[in-house]
Design a protein around this ligand. Sequence first.
Ligand code: BGC
Length: 730
Amino acid sequence: MKKILLISFTWLGSLAAIAQYNSQEIEAKIDSILPLLTLKEKVAMCHAQSKFSSPGVPRLGIPEVWMSDGPHGVRAEISWDSWAYAGWTNDSITAFPALTCLAATFNDSLAHAYGVAVGEEARYREKDILLGPGVNIYRTPMNGRNFEYMGEDPYLASRLVVPYIKGVQKNGVAACVKHFALNNQERWRDHINVEVSDRALYEIYLPAFKAAVQEGKAWSIMGAYNQFRGQYCCHNELLLNQILKKDWGFDGVVVTDWGGAHDTKESALYGLDIEMGTGTNGLTYSKVNAYENYYLAGPFLEMLEEKEVEESVVDDKVRRILRLIYRTSLASNRPLGSVNTAAHHAVARKVAQEGIVLLKNDNDFFPIEDKPDLKIAVIGENAIRMMTKGGGSSELKPQFEISPLQGIEERYKKATITYSMGYASGAPSYGRENPPPFDKDSLQQAAVQAASEADLVLFVGGLNKNHHQDCEGGDRKQFDLPFGQIELIDALYATNKKLGVVMVSGNAVEMSWLPKVKGLIQAWYLGTETGHALADVISGDVNPSGKLPFSFPKNLEDNGAHAFGKISYPGDSINQQYKEDILVGYRWHDTKKIEPLFSFGYGMSYTDFSISQVASDKTSYASDDQILVTYEVKNLGGLAGAEVVQAYVGKIKSSVSRATKELKGYQKIMLQPGKVGKGQLKINVNDLAYYDESISDWKIETGDYYIFVGNASNEIVKKLRISVTKDSKS
Ligand code: BGC
């Protein structure tokens, strides 16, 4: 007893110097701690002790690890052992725009500012791990969780995830990149087995995770619920042991998705470090503490004691967990964090302003000038609905959330604003659809009346955070607008032709009604500053510069995942095959020549830009070269604005099937009216490689390529032809 006390005292005494430790010293420190731990203590660190924490070693002062969702704000406190909110009164936060909006900014430095701000809030709330960001690829518009992710392009998601993670982790809070991997739908997510080619895996679904690990240096990763090639992703030998930990050198902690572990031996051996969220019913090992019944708890301890699994297996997990603890709660130079600051609100507003996408603007419908004789009828439930409520684990409790209507009313002081709900949906409940509380016909009649009395109509509709909308735990049931909105749009159009739409959604929707509307704004889920940011854009105080991070197909069948029948999406309930392979999103539309309604990278401005003088520094490159593409952009209009110049690359005559073009570079340039800006994009020839399944490695093909430069994936102003002369393997 005396000895233990002495050891723990010495160890604690050394904590003060932790800030000075470099990574080697941390490893040495961990080496000295590991022998002090009993097997039981080590095992305890590998599984939850409550819904959102895992235990430390109290006798040695080793802290618990506290986690919180993520990804676009720190979630309210949850009870110790139930999903009910704990009812704290000091846990409200800033709700940042959901990640589709961040992706639409095409702005890496904003992603960093976002990460810093949400990390500061997580730190203030004393969290060690923020459960985000999510970088699952947008494969189908039916996925209920697309709004939490960064779109359909692996390059865009990779570029944005890195600064986000760095920003979060500056606060001594670990980012937990999720859901690794292939959790691209909610339907049957807890068991569906995904079959996908190596090429699609490496080229489409893994790059953002790889960038998160190798460039972002993420300290933790969350496994996905689904299976991949017959093994659950939370203990998947190929994904976790081989790719993540061995090939990519990940030195952090793999956390399960909540309830994502299914087997003790696989959890022990195939890369899982902390098991969270497993059901606590059916006590077997302990009648006192149900968490001892987890796969990585009692059963794991037993396996270790019986030498069925070597102690080095648990040592590796504990080493990783201690490393995370040193990087977070034991980093004594850890900043203090802050919450609900004006600076955080400003970041939220800026991301929202830059992420809003103007999709249609006939006869300059937007911006709408504030004038005394103008009467605007704002119609639609989404004009007043709190979108931080519902949606699943990303639900937030913001200190405030400015609704679109509130933002418009605050901004428009001279014009008369009227409001009518027009349609209604039920209250959000996880896993359940509630009926709307109001009568559909009377809502519609009142809205039509309001529209008939107004000079113009602003319809604020779309999806919401209800089950089967943009929400965790289920996919959408329909591609078109729900809750009778199509009928309503028709009725509004019949009454007032000056009709504009603000689409609040994290997904593409069917828009056969588009010809009827003069203006269309894609507004995502914008969080705390929703109404302010929207009014900024609607009024023209801010010139829109967002670009779509995913394609909007005209029909669902035009999306690659839906072109092969049920086995491709949603699967046969047991298995699913990603038959469109590497042709996800615009890669599919382009290559198969299926015109989308709105393409990836598309977004209008209140001013016009021209892109010219596009040139590459050379015409021929070796495989280790960098291609420099230079260009000029001119702001042709009378308003300041930003343009996103995008460079795509396509192989001419490839030995394998390839997409017509793939995004390889972008740059957002802000320009005053009439001004010309010079820009440059650097593309590593290395990034032109494809994943060669025959050698299980990346390969750069020699020969000719096109570099397409434009301001959307289907708005290309210049096609440069270059050649690559030296094969990467030669
Ligand atoms: C979600 C995760 C989330 C976790 C904890 C799971 O159901 O898939 O994204 O972080 O719950 O709330």
